[in-house]
Design a protein around this ligand. Structure first.
Ligand SMILES: NC(=O)C1=CN([C@@H]2O[C@H](COP(=O)(O)OP(=O)(O)OC[C@H]3O[C@@H](n4cnc5c(N)ncnc54)[C@H](OP(=O)(O)O)[C@@H]3O)[C@@H](O)[C@H]2O)C=CC1
Ligand SMILES: O=C(O)C1=N[C@H](C(=O)O)C[C@H](O)C1
Length: 233
């Protein structure tokens, strides 16, 4: 499979190694300085760039008729525009705040726990995410997905990084050293706490998940997510 890498930073480089190990060919490594030359020859594109570049990268894929896997976070306010463009161009699109198998299992557990906890007012939920100091966005896309998972399965209405009102989920974002990504969901009562925690030990899981998603998406049209790829529906 011919892959275009849109973004060739920490993630792009791990994705390249895993893609080559799985027998794929890299036909474009797009960074801040070069052009999209070669994009139209790709079977699939994988975007792990920066929040300000994601929309342009994804749009170019739809215009070039190349299905795109998007892992970049921090551009969610434009998500509906990209869905509309994908539909208009009859493209293929998978976007996820986190492509690792472990986090996608964690997402399922988070939704299940939220359903149970919605029956018990004595517990209040909070979330914490810890990442490396180079991360541009806060809170992490994964923390936002976790908060949405709780909101869809409980009476919580919103998330905030400020002081949380009764129906709001507080998210704390910490930036420490080289931490690849740690997420904790905590339900606290006066008498005890319940914690769900995922700790990434490196970037391999995110990168492998993105390559598996690209293999799954190549040749398809439509809008999908990791539940489709991992058959979790
Ligand atoms: N969904 C998931 O599973 C995961 C998502 N992420 C997300 O992926 C993104 C990238 O993370 P990471 O690799 O750590 O970040 P890096 O900062 O290491 O890499 C970002 C890359 O994007 C490049 N870039 C800048 N502008 C453009 C542009 N216009 N077109 C294409 N590339 C551009 C940068 O190029 P240059 O070097 O020239 O500036 C750099 O190579 C982040 O949003 C992060 O949150 C990260 C891990 C997992
Ligand atoms: O920037 C990162 O590094 C990561 N970003 C993603 C996010 O914002 O959730 C996923 C992962 O936690 C690493």
């Amino acid at each position: 499979m011919k892959i275009a890498l849109l973004g060739y930073g920490k993630m792009g480089k791990v994705i390249e190694r895993i893609a080559l190990e799985r027998g794929h060919e890299i036909v474009l490594k797009k960074d801040e300085t070069n052009t999209f030359d070669g994009l139209s020859t790709a079977d699939v594109a994988i975007d792990f760039s920066v929040p300000t570049a994601a929309v342009d990268n994804i749009s170019n894929c739809f215009h070039a008729n190349v299905p795109v896997v998007s892992g970049t976070t921090g551009w969610l306010e434009h998500f509906d525009e990209m869905v509309a463009l994908c539909n208009e161009k009859q493209g293929g699109f998978i976007s996820s705040s986190n492509f690792s198998l472990g986090v996608n299992i964690f997402f399922e557990l988070n939704e299940y726990l939220a359903k149970i906890m919605s029956q018990f007012d004595s517990y209040k939920v909070t979330m914490e995410e810890i990442h490396h100091t180079q991360k541009l966005d806060a809170p992490s896309g994964t923390a936002i997905s976790l908060a949405k998972g709780v909101i869809e399965n409980s009476n919580y209405a919103n998330w905030t990084m400020d002081e949380a009102k009764n129906n709001e989920i507080h998210i704390a974002a910490k930036r420490i050293g080289d931490v690849p990504g740690t997420h904790t969901v905590t339900y606290d009562s006066v008498v005890d706490s319940i914690e769900l925690k995922h700790t990434a030990h490196n970037r391999e899981g995110f990168a492998l998940g993105a390559v598996i998603a690209a293999e799954w998406l190549a040749g398809k049209k439509g809008i999908y997510n990791m539940k489709d790829v991992l058959n979790l529906k």
